[in-house]
Design a protein around this ligand. Structure first.
Ligand code: PHE
Length: 450
């Protein structure tokens, strides 16, 4: 089937960066950093990103771009026609549904908080009210479902428009806006009284908090944040043009992703340290309970600034969540569109409906269905566990083994050098990492965390 391509190199980078930069950077990264020793966690995270994340991303790019077909066909074709590798196509199809279903719940919360901030509903609340409001909202049987559905429909409309008109155009509009919002917020945050303490917390490593569990979390965070392991970037790379420099793009995406994560820390921690009595390790509720409270207290004498700061922050979250969830939906949509010859709008509609149903189960995990547990986990926690602890490391491991050991080395070199037109001095290191280092690291960590 003839494929649509990203129209420009910039479009390809922005779409991949859009997938990478998401709630994982702005919500999960500061939470993990706050809980696991500030800069100590960041150092381990950056090491994983450089040594594992970027090489795996390059490998996904190579597979996707080489055949410019669906993930299953790419793997089958590059293995010399071994049909067993077609099964790899199931990873993005299944993982896309699972990851989007719980991600959309949190993305829906961000949409609600944007609305509540814009309409002034968060103004004038006490710290206790922020807690009770969040608990009441997240456990409500209807509201979170409605916001999640709105988000998934917007998402579906963008994906249904196709690669150029939907995904690429969406990334070209949303990514620059996202950077502008981040810069505004960093400026505001650095002028707060707690800026020095916040930055010290973020950049002064506390290695006493580092143990095996922290190392696992740092790897999980690096994979999730870069969107690697689910063949999501492989799906996107099918639409890359032949002149895209795969290594350069992967390094750019990794750099943008890490910068956004660290800048989010620079936005959040100075704000948190500006209010006495609030600790940086508030976990899950950091973004939805602590921050609205912090914004309000920090700007107590300037309500307009509080309004502006909060609204910009939640808009940033919505934008980041959307660009990532687009890539999540594209995984199953591409599967059905290409493997089962469904039209793109029909495939998008069906996948969106499935995600709304599965997402409803995840949304209800915080209220009515909190007592429904499978292996001791709610639907939300179970989906997160399956994606982050099982499918992601497994997908990453198989991708490394495939590119390192199965793919013909000439094909690999051709892809990395664009048929000899680019230099690839990093090649021996890259090949060593994907053949030996990455599979061993992932296997060890994988075995440990199951
Ligand atoms: N990288 C995204 C984020 O940081 C999440 C994501 C995971 C997107 C897997 C696509 C695939 O939020």
């Amino acid at each position: 089937m003839a494929k649509e391509n990203f129209g420009s190199k910039v479009g390809a980078i922005l779409a991949a960066a859009g997938s990478a930069v998401g709630l994982g950077n702005i919500w999960r990264f500061p939470t993990e950093t706050g809980e696991h020793g500030g800069a100590a966690f960041i150092i381990i995270y950056v090491a994983f990103m450089l040594l594992l994340g970027v090489p795996i991303m390059v490998s996904e790019f190579v597979v996707g771009r080489h055949s410019q077909r669906s993930v299953s066909e790419s793997f089958c074709m590059m293995s010399g026609g071994r049909r067993i590798w077609r099964l790899m196509g199931l990873i993005p199809a299944v993982a896309g549904f699972l990851v989007l279903s719980y991600y959309a719940v949190v993305a829906g919360w961000t949409l609600y908080y944007t609305y509540a901030t814009a309409t002034g509903q968060l103004a004038g609340k006490t710290p206790e009210q922020f807690v009770s409001d969040f608990n009441a909202f997240s456990s409500d049987p209807v509201q979170p479902l409605v916001w999640m559905t709105i988000l998934l429909i917007i998402n579906g409309l963008i994906v249904a428009l196709g690669i150029n008109r939907g995904i690429e155009r969406g990334a070209k509009i949303m990514m620059p806006l996202l950077f502008i919002f981040i810069l505004i917020l960093v400026g505001c945050s650095l002028s707060l009284p707690g800026a020095k303490d916040g930055l010290t917390f973020l950049f002064k490593p506390d290695f006493s908090k580092v143990d095996g569990h922290v190392v696992l979390n740092a790897m999980g965070q690096a994979f999730f944040s870069l969107s690697v392991g689910l063949c999501c970037l492989c799906t996107y790379a099918c639409y890359f043009r032949k002149d895209v420099n795969l290594m350069k793009d992967a390094v750019s995406v990794g750099t943008i992703d890490t910068m956004v994560a660290i800048l989010s820390g620079i936005i959040i921690f100075p704000a948190v340290f500006s209010v006495p009595g609030i600790t940086p390790n508030e976990g899950f509720s950091l973004v939805f309970i602590t921050l609205p409270n912090v914004f309000q207290q920090v700007f107590a004498s300037m309500p307009t600034l509080a309004y502006f700061f909060s609204l910009t922050f939640y808009l940033l979250l919505v934008m980041a969540a959307l660009t990532s969830s687009i890539s999540m939906l594209e995984m199953p949509v591409a599967y059905f569109h290409e493997n089962h010859h469904m039209s793109r709008p029909v495939a998008t509609a069906i996948c969106t409906i499935v995600c709304i149903v599965l997402g409803a189960a995840c949304a209800l995990s915080f209220g009515k269905w909190s007592n429904i547990q499978i292996f001791g986990m709610t639907f939300f926690a179970l989906f997160d566990y399956i994606v982050c602890n099982i499918i992601m490391p497994l997908g990453a491991l198989l991708t490394c083994l495939f590119v390192g050991w199965v793919v013909d080395e000439r094909v690999l070199k051709d892809e990395l050098t664009n048929c000899g037109t680019l230099r690839a001095p990093y090649y021996p290191i890259y090949r060593f990492i994907i053949r030996y280092f990455a599979p061993i690291c992932i296997a060890l960590i994988f075995i440990n965390c199951i």
